[in-house]
Unconditional design. Structure first.
Length: 106
């Protein structure tokens, strides 16, 4: 009985751990067309350039980072010249759209 309970608890713990990992790592599906529009609307091109690699700021075309890191930089930028975009100012879905557009650029 105790062995059966132990096995059952391990199974539940494993399932909960897997669900937590998937939830933490999930990137919202981004819309490339909307991403290009948000990129322009939020004036990202003023510093990063129209093509995301031809501005005075760091090239961000075809990003080499995951969405979580990208969103973190949007919310708390490393550079004092980049504005912070709170979730009230730039929704997570809009950020996912911009991310999808940047990743689509070759």
């Amino acid at each position: 009985m105790l062995n059966s309970l132990h096995t059952h608890m391990k199974t539940i713990l494993l399932a909960l751990t897997g669900a937590a990992i998937l939830a933490a790592c999930g990137t919202p599906a981004g819309n490339i067309e909307n991403g290009q529009r948000w990129y322009t609307m939020y004036n990202c091109s003023a510093c990063h350039g129209k093509n995301a690699n031809d501005g005075r700021a760091m090239a961000i075309r075809n990003l080499n980072m995951g969405f979580t890191n990208f969103e973190h930089i949007l919310r708390k930028p490393y550079s004092p010249s980049m504005p912070a975009f709170s979730e009230q100012k730039l929704a997570k879905q809009d950020a996912a759209d911009i991310y999808a557009w940047l990743k689509s650029l070759k």
